[in-house]
Design a protein around this ligand. Structure first.
Ligand SMILES: Cc1cc2nc3c(=O)[nH]c(=O)nc-3n(C[C@H](O)[C@H](O)[C@H](O)COP(=O)(O)OP(=O)(O)OC[C@H]3O[C@@H](n4cnc5c(N)ncnc54)[C@H](O)[C@@H]3O)c2cc1C
Length: 374
């Protein structure tokens, strides 16, 4: 069988692109190696900039139980704290609920979503200018491909960033679980600890998402997740409080490794990359999901023009790369620098002291790591 668009990865980016392209009348197949609903490593704070776009896809975050969040606090192991209203605000919503709703919305628009099917390779065939995606269920043929397989995949093996030696930009681990805790409903907290930070905020059904990022080196030094929390996270008094006064709702934390914030590239062997596979913003911004949705919108726009014969493949690829850089380049760079600063215990302490009497500057920094509603 031959289709117009093959999408590898049914997360935020893949499902948004599928939804748009299917509603434009294109035949679309999404390959998702997992199943819906499922928990994912993510801080689950969705910036309000995505709300108009999600509306176009047929999703209403409030009806999914999303928890409105309008305030932000950052704390330091020394006990320093800075609190400010969020310029745009957002919603706490679990990936368990959100990805499932996105998959149903894409299905309703006519996309085929194959769950439990892993793409093993994506091959562009120059003679016919089409693609073959090899999967667990055999090969599929497509006119075009969106690669939206997230933070890290075996498919990344030949890409430059995946072969570079581990360093400060490309060797992080993420850990997440849900809690029942006493955090206020409308507040998102970012707690710093040595070589890492933890986000905590409410999602639907009275649950709290607890998610942190640290270096692989720190986890190795601690020896285990529980030791990491006990020996390092708990040195921040706010984190110590949450860790000892909350009920854990997962039997085991979820974790991911080899998280890279290095440059990745927005087109790879003629596939348009979208979401984390195109480039990751550091999670302290809470902007990755919005970037994935917005990046999918850009990819779908260019693909639709290509499939309708309004542009050729070379222009489509160049324009996708250009638009991605224009939309996200500055915020990704700013967020990377901000993360570098916050991971340094002395500099982050100084930054909190300087910014505390200057809430306008803090809000400006937050704005720089976000986009406008789209
Ligand atoms: C610690 C941490 C905290 C974060 N917190 C936030 C936050 O609070 N707010 C926010 O907006 N962003 C946050 N992010 C970022 C956010 O999670 C991502 O930017 C977002 O999920 C990107 O969406 P995506 O579609 O690119 O990838 P994903 O949502 O990861 O989807 C990729 C999908 O591809 C599938 N897949 C992979 N390989 C294959 C294959 N070979 N075949 C088939 N399927 C495949 C996977 O199963 C997955 O479902 C955080 C990230 C981290 C690491």
């Amino acid at each position: 069988m031959s289709y117009e668009v093959g999408i590898v990865g049914g997360g935020m980016a893949g499902l948004a692109a599928a939804n748009l392209l299917a509603s434009q009348g294109h035949s679309v197949v999404v390959f998702e190696k997992g199943h819906y609903p499922a928990h994912k490593v993510c801080g689950e704070y969705l910036s309000n900039e995505s709300l108009p776009f999600l509306g176009k896809l047929g999703l209403d975050i409030e009806s999914l139980g999303g928890q409105h969040i309008g305030r932000f606090a950052i704390t330091h192991p020394s006990g320093k704290k800075l609190e400010t209203p969020l310029p745009l605000g957002g919603y706490g919503i679990s990936r368990y609920a959100l990805d499932d709703a996105m998959a149903n919305a894409a299905l309703a628009k006519g996309a085929i979503v194959l769950q439990g099917v892993r793409a093993q390779s994506i091959l562009h065939r120059p003679m016919t200018d089409d693609f073959e995606i090899q999967t667990d269920c055999g090969p599929f043929q497509f006119k075009s491909v969106v690669a939206a397989y997230g933070k890290r995949s075996k498919l990344d093996k030949p890409r430059g960033f995946a072969t570079s030696t581990p360093d400060r930009k490309n060797n992080f681990v993420g850990i997440k679980y849900h809690l029942r805790s006493d955090i206020p409903d409308d507040l998102i907290e970012l707690h710093l600890f040595e070589q890492g930070y933890a986000g905590i905020s409410r999602v639907e059904n009275g649950r709290t998402c607890f998610c942190y990022l640290t270096t692989a080196q720190m986890l190795q030094k601690a020896g285990s997740i529980s030791q990491l929390e006990h020996r390092y996270l708990a040195r921040n008094p706010y984190l110590a409080h949450h860790l000892s006064h909350s009920e854990h709702l997962y039997s085991h934390p979820l974790s991911i490794s080899q998280v890279s914030f290095g440059d990745k590239g927005t087109v790879w062997q003629h596939s348009l990359m979208a979401g984390d596979s195109a480039g990751m913003i550091t999670p302290l911004t809470g902007n990755g999901m919005s970037m994935a949705l917005h990046g999918a919108q850009l990819a779908a726009y260019h693909l639709d023009r290509y499939l309708r014969g309004l542009t050729d493949r070379t222009r489509m690829e160049t324009h996708h790369a250009r638009d991605w850089r224009a939309a996200f380049g500055l915020r990704v760079q700013t967020a990377r620098r901000l993360q570098g600063l916050l991971l340094n215990t002395h500099l982050s302490s100084l930054a909190i002291s300087i910014l505390r009497p200057l809430p306008g500057v803090a809000r400006r920094l937050i704005r720089l790591t976000h986009g406008k509603p789209f």
